[in-house]
Design a protein around this ligand. Sequence first.
Ligand SMILES: [Zn+2]
Length: 150
Amino acid sequence: MKRRRWQFIVVHNSGTRQGNARVFDYYHRHVRRMQNGLAYHFVIGNGTSTGNGQIEVGDRWRRQINGGHVHSDYLNNISLGICLVGDFNRDQPTRAQLESCEELIRYLRERCGKTDRGDIPVRPHREMNPPRWATDCPGDAFPYSWFRRF
Ligand SMILES: [Zn+2]
């Protein structure tokens, strides 16, 4: 892995109550016409289509290529995307999802090294999109205080 390849870790919700990497890959590839398919680097299940807290590794992580999860080419090129399955405007993420996500983030920070300003920052998607592309992702019911642990 190239040093300083990744400068942000961005957390998303899928906005759907079910789903998994395969389903989102199909959607991104064939409906959204994204050539590299699944826009996220990782997907964390909620017990519907995959296990509760199960981490699926996307092809973009394996290939170390840009994500397609933020509305900015510049940011997609330097940001790892983690998607928690769920619609967190209606539901909360499961405890197992948050625990897996935290474990994954700690692994990624270890694996990817530091940025110029220290550990790789972890942000909800809503804080990353340019203002003209405002999003509520990962949802109004997400427990945002969780981000303070990073
Ligand atoms: Zn998002």
